[in-house]
Each structure stands twice: as structure tokens, then as C-alpha cells.
Design a protein around this ligand. Structure first.
Ligand code: C5P
Length: 471
């Protein structure tokens, strides 16, 4: 039987073979074998079947092939949580994600490449200088021919190597050679996680654009040890991966930068007390999620709320109105700004550095001063004013009149007005009835929408924004 040395083929052919192999998720040798097998089988098929005209086929949606699926390269590090990475392969696959696994030498002390390969339906890669990949620069292919790299579990050592840019094994070489997003799920003993060196490495990786999930707090594999260091659960990691894989920059707001404020602000009275309001942040978060779904690049600046970060949105958490203004200004320039936050109008002139104590002389005088108006400040900017500035008016009476004067006074382009009187159930609730006030030359037009869920309001608002931006 003749043997074929792929290395001796000409460069163009090798390049096209590499591409085919990468697309099919096979090694180059496997791809060559596949081509030879198909070629060997093809004449036999044509000889045995008499010529027949093909009846017209009804149109059927094509079942996605392996190459259409979003692709993840999963790097399994050497920690006890490696067994959970095997479950992660299944969790990713059940979400329609193609998984290619890579193991460090240490990981192989905990789980076998055979198991990972069987679960992923593709062999697990372990060596930088892999004889099976022959001429194929395997680490470059694994680094690039993927949509996302997940490192789970990420040990303290692996993160240290990543932070330093080491590339002395397949896992670190892939991480250094990639230009794809990286999601890291750390797992280690709580003392290792709390160590200053690990903290430095995590901060460095975050600065380098690496995303993190976890670690969670809980019991450790070591007896009687608990704390922060448990790897996130496979389902949590799979959900985070799915969010990162969601196609970016497609949809009606593709290419648009949107800034959204949401939630209440907390204005300190002393280190333990603050002035706040009942805003839940739900409407602003729903708008952020909807804008991200529409392909926008979304920054959400949020006061303290009890809500999860919307998928695919950059969330910056703040406490006070002044913090919120600083973050808003730092996020400019943007194309569109939506101010859904219920910013406190006032703050205590000088918040106590220590807890204010009860005294016999009576109640402490709390002098209030006005907070900066973020919406008005941004609307009236000479430089970097967003093309479309939208404010909210939460009113308990004279809704349209108050919203109209707010639109004029603050200098924004639209106002979303809603009735927040206790009877409306809007504050903290899931439904909202809004009126959209827009400038129509010298006049103001009012578009009243029916009662909807906050998600529906968000969807309709984002659609209206997209329409307007297109015009
Ligand atoms: O004046 P009022 O608080 O009712 O205005 C509501 C609108 O103004 C909202 O869009 C809110 O986010 C914004 N606002 C602000 N900064 C403030 C007060 C309100 O951005 N200090």
C-alpha cells in the first residue's frame, strides 16, 4: 500500500487542506483520509446505480452541519474540578455548540483525554508537538479556528502563565496565539484564590480583555475547607459561553454604541445609611438586553439593583448620582443615550464619616443639596453629545404636562413618560404603560402605547430607535 507524506505536497494544497480540516473539525490527516475514502467510493456508486432523473425536492431547511455550529475550544486545566469540565462538554453540546477539547499534562492526572474526546466527538488535543498533526501548526489552528476559548478549570498556575504570556505547552500556546475571546473559570483552594499573586494575575488578565466566570463560594474537595474558589457549575459556564457566542454586530442597531442608565442611586447619609428610591432597574435592564439583541454595543451604568447582568452587555455598577455621572461621561462618545435611572434629586450636603448617633439634643439636621442632573448635562453638551438622547419621566400626576416640560427643560430628544403612582404598580412591577414624547419641529408629539410588559416596552422602544437612526 502506498504511503502519502502530506508534508511534501505543495504549499497551496496544504493551505487548502488545512482550511478544510479546520472547518470539518478534523486533523489534516483525517481530512486527507476522508477525501481518499470519498474518492475511492465515488466511482463504485456511479457504476452501480443506473442513470435516473432526480425528482424535484421540496425545500427543507438544511440541518446545520458541524461547521455551521458555534465553536468552542475548551482548555481543561489540572485541578480536581476537571471532572466538571467533562460535564461542561455535554452542556455546551446540548446548546448546539461544537466543542474541541485540549488538556494540560496536569489535567490528565484527573481525567483522561479519551473521555473528553468521546464526549466531544473529536479527539482531545494534548501535545504542542503532536505527531498526528504532522506539518499542521496545530496550536495556531486550535487558537484561531474557534469562536471562543474556555479555560475550565483555570488553575492558579495556568492563570499565572497566561498573565505572563508563557507558551511552553499546547494550552498556553493556544491562549497566546489566539485572537478570539477567552472565558476563564477559575478553580482553586480559597487561600490560593485570595493570594496577592493570584489577584495580580486575575487583574492583569481582566485588563487584557479576558472574561471571568466565578469562582463560586462553597465547600472544597479538601475535607473541612470552604470559601471562594469552587469552579462555577458547568451550566453556568455554558450559559456564559452562549452569551459570549451570540452573534455580535448583527441586527438593526449593529455598529451603534448605546449608553443606558438604570436603577436607583444611593446617596450616603453616613457609612451605614443612605437615601434611595423604589426603582427596581427592570425597565432599564430590559432595554439594555433588547438593545444588545439588536446588535448594539451596550454599556449599562446601573445603580444598586438585585438583577443579573443582561447577556452581552457591559455593566458598570455605581452607588451615587455623582458616581453615575462620572461613569456616564467616561463612557462617551456614544450614538444613543437612554437615561432610565431614577437618580436621587438630592444628597446630604456632607455625609458623616462615622455613623450618626442618637443624642439627647434631638434629631441631626440633614442638609440636602441638589445632585447633578445627568440627563440635562449630557443633553446640553457641546462636544460628544449623542445623536439621540432619551430621558424618562416617572410621574405620579399630570403625566404628559410634566413630561413635556421635562423634555423642554432638559434638552433631550425624547421622553418616555410613565405613571408611577402606587396604584399603577409600575415601580418594582413587571408591566408598564408608557407615552413617548418626541420633538416634531416646534411641537411635541405624544405616542401612547398600551400596557405591556417591561420587556415588550423595551423591544418596542429599541425598534423605534432603530427606525429613527435609519432615517
Ligand atoms: O427630573 P426627573 O428625575 O423626573 O427626570 C427624569 C429623567 O432625568 C430620567 O431620565 C432620569 O434618568 C434623568 N435624571 C438624571 N439625573 C438626575 C435626575 C434625573 O439623569 N439627577
Amino acid at each position: 500500500m502506498a504511503s502519502l507524506t502530506v508534508r511534501k505536497l505543495d504549499e497551496a494544497l496544504k493551505a487548502s487542506l488545512r482550511l478544510r480540516a479546520a472547518k470539518a473539525g478534523r486533523s489534516v490527516e483525517d481530512e486527507v483520509r476522508m477525501i481518499l475514502r470519498e474518492a475511492a467510493e465515488a466511482p463504485a456508486k456511479t457504476q452501480s446505480s443506473p442513470a435516473r432523473s432526480t425528482p424535484a425536492q421540496p425545500h427543507r431547511p438544511r440541518t446545520p452541519s458541524a461547521t455551521d455550529l458555534p465553536r468552542v475550544t475548551l482548555i481543561i486545566g489540572g485541578g480536581i474540578a476537571a471532572y466538571k469540565a467533562l460535564d461542561l462538554i455535554r452542556r455546551l453540546k446540548e446548546r448546539g455548540i461544537h466543542v474541541r477539547s485540549v488538556m494540560t499534562r496536569a489535567a490528565q492526572q484527573f481525567v483522561t483525554p479519551l473521555t473528553a474526546g468521546a464526549l466531544a466527538d473529536e479527539r482531545c488535543y494534548t501535545d504542542l508537538f503532536d505527531a498526528q498533526s504532522e506539518f499542521d501548526a496545530g496550536h495556531i489552528r486550535l487558537a484561531r479556528d474557534t469562536d471562543l476559548i474556555i479555560v475550565a478549570p483555570a488553575t492558579a498556575d495556568l492563570m499565572a502563565k497566561m498573565a505572563q504570556g508563557h507558551a511552553d505547552d499546547l494550552a498556553t500556546a493556544i491562549l497566546l496565539a489566539t485572537n478570539r475571546p477567552v472565558l476563564v473559570a477559575p478553580a482553586m483552594n480559597p487561600l490560593m484564590w485570595a493570594n496577592a499573586a493570584t489577584k495580580r494575575n486575575v487583574a492583569q488578565l481582566a485588563r487584557d480583555g479576558v472574561s471571568f466566570i466565578g469562582p463560586n463560594s462553597g465547600e472544597m474537595a479538601e475535607a473541612n475547607e470552604a470559601g471562594v474558589g469552587r469552579m462555577s457549575e458547568p451550566t453556568e459556564i455554558a450559559i456564559a459561553a452562549e452569551a459570549m457566542l451570540r452573534p455580535l454586530h448583527t441586527g438593526p442597531l449593529a455598529g451603534k454604541k448605546i449608553l443606558i442608565t438604570a436603577g436607583p442611586t444611593h446617596e450616603p447619609i453616613d457609612p451605614v445609611r443612605y437615601i434611595a428610591n423604589r426603582s427596581s432597574g427592570k425597565q432599564g435592564y430590559a432595554i439594555a438586553a433588547s438593545a444588545a439583541d439588536a446588535g448594539a454595543d451596550v454599556t449599562l451604568i446601573s445603580g444598586p439593583v438585585d438583577l443579573d447582568d443582561p447577556a452581552g452587555v457591559r455593566v458598570i455598577r455605581v452607588e451615587s448620582a455623582r458616581d453615575m455621572l462620572a461613569q456616564v461621561e467616561a463612557a462617551l462618545p456614544v450614538d444613543i443615550a437612554i437615561f432610565a435611572a431614577a437618580v436621587a434629586d438630592w444628597r446630604v450636603a456632607s455625609a458623616g464619616e462615622q455613623k450618626i448617633k442618637k443624642t439627647a439634643s434631638g434629631m441631626p439636621p440633614l442638609q440636602l443639596v441638589e445632585n447633578p442632573d445627568i440627563l440635562a448635562t449630557v443633553s446640553k453638551r457641546q462636544q460628544n453629545r449623542p445623536q439621540l438622547v432619551i430621558g424618562f419621566a416617572a410621574e405620579t400626576q399630570n403625566l404628559i404636562d410634566n413630561a413635556t416640560s421635562k423634555l423642554k427643560r432638559k434638552g433631550c430628544d425624547w421622553i418616555v413618560a410613565n405613571d408611577v403612582s402606587p396604584a399603577s404598580g409600575v415601580m418594582g412591577g413587571d408591566r408598564n404603560t408608557v407615552h413617548i414624547l418626541t420633538r416634531d419641529k416646534a411641537d411635541i408629539a405624544v405616542d401612547s402605547w398600551p400596557v405591556m410588559t417591561k420587556e415588550e416596552v423595551a423591544g418596542a422602544l429599541v425598534a423605534k430607535i432603530a427606525e429613527t437612526m435609519e432615517e
